[in-house]
Design a protein around this ligand. Structure first.
Ligand SMILES: [Zn+2]
Length: 310
């Protein structure tokens, strides 16, 4: 072996040890809906005007491609009909954590026995998004009780929508929708009744910053995702909100989420919103992108090692 060959050989052996690790990301808030649900096919992204994909296959393909590109290794995925969520799960079982959406029109909520069956089949890993606010309810409403009891029984996390909605929801889809129900402190009675519940508030309670800080302070088990506010509101406003949560001491309870519904590019926008937060040290970004969710979801050491070698 001459000297050059020897050098190349050595380089091949040691280079993987020095290759920068690709940051794994957990998306705690993805949706799988049929195209045409809520918005017509091709509807523009409310933040950018980019049209949505026109078919279910294209929506899935582009979403999967965005997740591949950004090393999203797990995605809590909710939607309805639940068949769509299960279809995505079958197509990408290593990554998709299926989760029922609860909060459509009353009378169309998933029944408890079928959810228990889905869990037995390995087809339910989280319960939520609980979109109770769209029906004029909160997590503390009696209507939520059977789902909270089930989550406690099965020991699965619960994700509850607490915060924004498409403007004008009260006059369109959801006459009972009230912005006042997004006050995060309204979930306290449910927490008191179910102290062992693993709960995360979706959208980090935006824009109720003081109430969200009060909630996180009083209830150490509660986590929060940063979904939708990381792409739908102005970035400066998102950074202001994120900075308040971090300087209040809660960086280790915040989790990345995209709330990708019909516009796969929102995954990248959401990730960039955190990467460009100059006030966050790299370790806190890693916690928000992966470590906090890994702990919240109780991933095994083996799963975590696998994600870091992805
Ligand atoms: Zn939501």
């Amino acid at each position: 072996m001459n000297r050059i060959t020897a050098c190349l050989f050595l380089l091949m052996i040691v280079s993987p040890l020095y290759a920068p690790e690709r940051q794994p990301i957990i998306d705690m808030h993805l949706h799988a809906y049929p195209v045409g649900h809520f918005w017509p096919p091709g509807a523009p992204n409310p933040a950018t005007g980019v049209p949505s994909p026109e078919t279910d296959n294209e929506l899935f393909r582009q979403t999967q491609e965005a997740m591949d590109r950004h090393n999203i290794v797990l995605a809590v995925t909710s939607g309805y009909p639940y068949e769509v969520v299960l279809d995505w799960t079958n197509k990408d079982p290593e990554r998709i954590i299926p989760s029922p959406y609860v909060g459509g029109s009353r009378g169309y909520w998933p029944d408890i026995d079928s959810l228990r069956q889905f869990h037995q089949n390995g087809e339910l890993g989280v319960i939520g998004e609980l979109g109770l606010q769209y029906q004029g309810l909160t997590l503390s409403s009696p209507e939520a009780e059977p789902y909270l009891a089930l989550a406690e029984e099965l020991d699965v996390p619960v994700g509850v929508h607490v915060s924004p909605s498409p403007p004008g929801a009260t006059y369109g889809c959801c006459p009972d929708f009230r912005a006042a129900h997004a006050n995060p402190l309204l979930i306290e009675e449910a927490l008191a009744r179910h102290p062992d519940l693993r709960v995360y508030i979706m959208h980090a309670g935006y824009p109720f910053i003081d109430e969200t800080i009060a909630l996180l302070h009083a209830h150490p088990q509660v986590h929060a995702d940063l979904a939708v506010i990381n792409w739908v509101i102005p970035r400066d406003e998102f950074h202001y909100y994120l900075k308040r949560l971090v300087q209040a001491g809660f960086h280790d309870r915040l989790m990345f989420g995209s709330d990708q519904m019909f516009w796969p590019e929102t995954i990248e926008t959401g990730i960039q919103s955190i990467k460009t937060a100059d006030f966050l040290p790299i370790e806190q970004k890693r916690d928000i992108f992966y470590n906090n969710a890994a702990r919240f979801l109780r991933l095994s050491d083996e799963e975590i090692a696998k994600h870091h070698n992805h």
